[in-house]
Structures are given as structure tokens and as C-alpha cells.
Write a protein that binds this ligand. Sequence first.
Ligand SMILES: Cc1cc2nc3c(=O)[nH]c(=O)nc-3n(C[C@H](O)[C@H](O)[C@H](O)COP(=O)(O)OP(=O)(O)OC[C@H]3O[C@@H](n4cnc5c(N)ncnc54)[C@H](O)[C@@H]3O)c2cc1C
Length: 423
Amino acid sequence: MTTTDVDADVIVVGAGPGGSATAYHLAKHGAQVLLLEKTEFPREKVCGDGLTPRAVKQLVDMGVDLSEDAGWLRNKGLRVIGGGMRLELPWPELAAYPGYGVTRTRMDFDDLLARRAVEAGAKLVVNTNVTGPVLDTAGRVVGVTAKTAEGEVTYRAPLVVSADGVSARFPLAMGIAKREDRPMGVAVRRYYRSAAKTNDDYLESWLELRSREGGDKLLPGYGWIFGMGDGRVNVGLGVLNSSTAYGKTNYRQLLLDWLATTPPEWGMNEEANADGPIGGAALPMGFNRTPHYTRGLLLVGDSGGMVNPFNGEGIAYAMESGAMAAEVMVQALARPEGPERERALAAYPQVLKDRFGGYYRLGGVFVKLIGNPQVMKLATRHGMPHPTLMRFVLKLLANLTDPRGGDAMDRIINGLSRVAPAV
Ligand SMILES: Cc1cc2nc3c(=O)[nH]c(=O)nc-3n(C[C@H](O)[C@H](O)[C@H](O)COP(=O)(O)OP(=O)(O)OC[C@H]3O[C@@H](n4cnc5c(N)ncnc54)[C@H](O)[C@@H]3O)c2cc1C
């Protein structure tokens, strides 16, 4: 497909899960892909490292070896702790998704996915910081400029994918700003050595965080403890922008206050067991950056604000949007430049909306509701004692239903997502 005056059919900016999935699927379809990454692998990325069956499906689609020998720790479901109760909810049995999730440090995970993209035929160039778009006279992106150790370089391609994460410098440089009407979160995490919890076969989610500082006090936010299977746990918490504590709290201190209340045998209230500092970053949710396609540029993953507002999961959505973008681009590249190609590209925001728009709209309502601690307290107290209701909640929060058929719960969730106007 490549012509001589361009470096590739598609330039992908950023080799996180979104960028690598995009590059993998494009390359598998024979497109020439240039995957530009400002860091080099392996490298850390602040994250919870938890993957639900939705993400596992994407890994299977990329041909990743998910055996335990290959270093994955599998989980069977979600353990929810709140309202004085502890409930283990297995992942639902579905036709569309596998019945297990996994954990893996982002240090390994991102490296592994970038390698899959390269194995499929993408060209990965690391230590290359993309500084901005190259535009034609009509304002359409036709390439990128980048800083490398050798100096400034320019790469050209008829299509560019922005998979540069929450910072989203590339779309910003194209004038695509963050939307303030969409939910946002912030999360912090740290690794601790914990023999007691490292091999946990459930992802653990805390609906209420407490502190002993100044008596027993309810803290804002929601917590997680994920076993990594390597002697460590990834433990962290997130706060939503619907909470009054958002932006006005020392999140790192919040984490330490909560961890001080955990059982001593877990090892998380001892500084000596910590492995590295507390890291934090924002969670851009519910399509908080649009349009997802304009003037030769497609947004994938956090760059397009695709974190699930119900549970803060972003990896599955980054990979899924990457696969969807690739499918659209392959069709577009097979058409002549001009209106015919544009028609194919205009489908990308539409397919995203069809798949996630209604669900994200519901998520926006959910975020507003649980921002009120009273609503959350009532929901926890009344919901937790009912396992069937909680199984429904798990399907809703993790976006795990069968799109066709499925059980009564699936039909209710799919029905609600369909009637909610897509955002
Ligand atoms: C504390 C925390 C916990 C989280 N926990 C979970 C979890 O347990 N499960 C889950 O699914 N999600 C979780 N998330 C969300 C998840 O981390 C993101 O949604 C996910 O990483 C998005 O993937 P991405 O590929 O879109 O972007 P990123 O993973 O951010 O990747 C972007 C890539 O682009 C590169 N880049 C950026 N700018 C440039 C540039 N100018 N030039 C070249 N390269 C560039 C970066 O170096 C990076 O490699 C968490 C987030 C946080 C902050």
C-alpha cells in the first residue's frame, strides 16, 4: 500500500496497549505501520495491572500466550469488600468473553504487546518523542515531527493514530481539547511485598475505605488490592471528580491512611515492605475527548478518553478501540484518497459510539450518583447482602454481557445501554 513519498500507511503515536494493539491489527492486514514511542521498553507505567475477561479477549485476539508458564496470574472473579461484608463474585459465564482475568505488571505487559506488534510486521521506533503534527494546506495531518537522540525528524503517512495516553499532546496540538462535561478520575498505586496476598486468585475491590486517624473515619474513593504472583501486590485507590474530595486531597496520604488499617500479616502497613514510590495519574473517562476522527487523525484509548466510568478499567478499551480503528483504516486505505476514503474513516466514531456510547452515558450517571457518599453507603448496605443483585452489578460494572442472547441480566444491561442516548 505504501507509496514512495511516505514512510508508512499509518503512523501510530505511542506504544502503550492502545498503540500496540492498533499497530498489531494493522500489520496483520498488510498495512505498513510506524509505531513511535518516546520511552524504551521495558518501562514502568503507573497502573493497577488488573485485567478483566474483556481485556483477556483482546490479548487472545493478539495471539498472546496466556499460560501461567508465560508469567500470567489468572483470577476467577472479583472479591468485593464493603458494608461490613466480603463477597466473591466469579466472572460471568459468557459466549463473548473468557471466564478468567489476569494480572501482569505494566513493565512486562507493554513490552510484550509492543513485541507482538513488531512480530506482526509493525516497525517500532523507541526514544522518539512526537512533538506535533505535519499539516497540509487544508489542515489535514500528513505526518508528525519528532525529537530523537539524533535530532528532529519528520515522518509522513496519510493516516495518524494518537495513542499517546492521558496527556494527549498530539490531539491537543490538533485543537482537540478535553471535554469538561465527562467524568474524570484520579488514581494512585504502590507495590508492596505481601506473601499473604500475592497469589490471590480474585481481584479485590474495596467499596469503602476507612482510616484510624482521628477515630474511625470514612475516606473518599475506592480501593483495590491485586496479587501479582511475583511476591508483590499492586494496591491503590481512585477518586472520581463527582466527589467533593477530588482535587483537594493528598491522595498518597489517603492511600497510606487506608493501608494502615489493613491486617499486619498482609504487609501493607509497613514501609519496609513497599517496593518503589507511590505513583499516580488521571483516568480520562466516558469519551472525554472528541471527535475520535478528524482530518486524518484517529484517537485510541486514553487519548480519546475511553476509560470505563463504572470501574476505571482502561486497558481493554484502549486495545479494543485500537482493533476497531485498525479495521476501519484497512478499509479506508484500500480506497482512493478523497471523499471515498473519508466516508470509510467517518465510520470510526460511529462504531465506537455504537459499542460504548450508551454504556458510557449510563456510566456518567453512575459516577454522579456515587459521588454522594450517602448514595454509595445505601447502595453498599442494601446491595451487598443480595448475591444475585451483586452478580448483576458485576456484569454492569465490568461491561461483561453477551451482546446477542445472554441471560435476563444481559438483556437488561444491553437494553439500558441501547436506550441511553450515546455520548
Ligand atoms: C493508578 C492507575 C491504575 C489503573 N489501573 C488499571 C487497571 O487495573 N486496569 C486497567 O485496565 N486500567 C487501569 N488504569 C488505566 C490504564 O492505565 C489506561 O487506561 C491505559 O494505560 C491506557 O492505555 P493507552 O495505550 O491508551 O495509553 P498509555 O498506556 O498511557 O500509553 C501511551 C504511550 O504513549 C507514549 N507517548 C506519550 N506521548 C508520546 C509522544 N509525544 N511521542 C511518543 N510516544 C508518546 C507513552 O510513553 C506511552 O507508552 C489505571 C490507571 C491509573 C492511573
